[in-house]
Write a protein that binds this ligand. Structure first.
Ligand SMILES: [Zn+2]
Length: 198
């Protein structure tokens, strides 16, 4: 365990670190999820969340991260929500995972769309944190992909929100493009041939 040096002020450091990337489309999806939460859950709590960095499979059928699981994590898991380092808005986790000894959650600010990362723990630490909340539910984690991700379909949730009357949504083209698999830990998994990827 490392010991952090005391910071100049007593204010706790924000554990969410900016990725200097603004994702307005995911922010729209998140606002729609919050606004139409009950109707979405009634419709189908297993609707996949559009993300490309979650290392786990959920439930008996080993599905990609579903909205039903995310709502529970946002409600009960302080490791899965936070405060935007840029605008002070609410950050909600959209994926999480890790490797042997590093990992955490990727979040997006509901207000400004800034992507941030919360370094929290390894693949197994993140699974345990999530299963503390999901373990007794149908959404419990049942599989993990070391160094990989189980991406979520974009069109399904967008279509569901649209049917419910949500107007501020990403474009249809966004929904058609499948997200490139972004392993949220590319920072620390550089292969010898890797240059700067972005
Ligand atoms: Zn923000």
């Amino acid at each position: 365990m490392t010991h952090d040096r005391p910071t100049p002020s007593d204010a706790p450091r924000n554990p969410w670190q900016s990725r200097n990337l603004v994702d307005l489309d995911t922010a729209r999806i998140l606002r729609g999820c919050l606004r139409f939460r009950e109707a979405l859950l009634e419709r189908n709590p297993w609707i996949q969340f559009p993300q490309s960095g979650c290392s786990y499979q959920f439930g008996e059928r080993r599905k990609s991260l579903p909205i039903g699981a995310l709502f529970l994590l946002w409600d009960r898991g302080e490791d899965f929500t936070g405060t935007c380092p840029d605008c002070g808005g609410r950050i909600l986790a959209i994926s999480f995972g890790g490797l042997m000894n590093v990992g955490g959650a990727t979040g997006v600010c509901v207000e400004c769309g800034l992507r941030s990362f919360h370094y929290r723990g390894s693949l197994s630490v993140m699974a345990n944190l999530a299963n503390t909340i999901l373990g007794e539910t149908e959404f419990r984690i049942t599989g993990a992909w070391f160094g990989g991700a189980v991406p979520g379909n974009r069109a399904q949730l967008r279509a569901a929100l649209r049917k419910l009357g949500c107007e501020d949504l990403p474009s249809e083209e966004w929904a058609r493009r499948s997200p490139s698999c972004e392993v949220s830990l590319s920072v620390v998994t550089a292969r010898p041939s890797d240059g700067a990827e972005r």
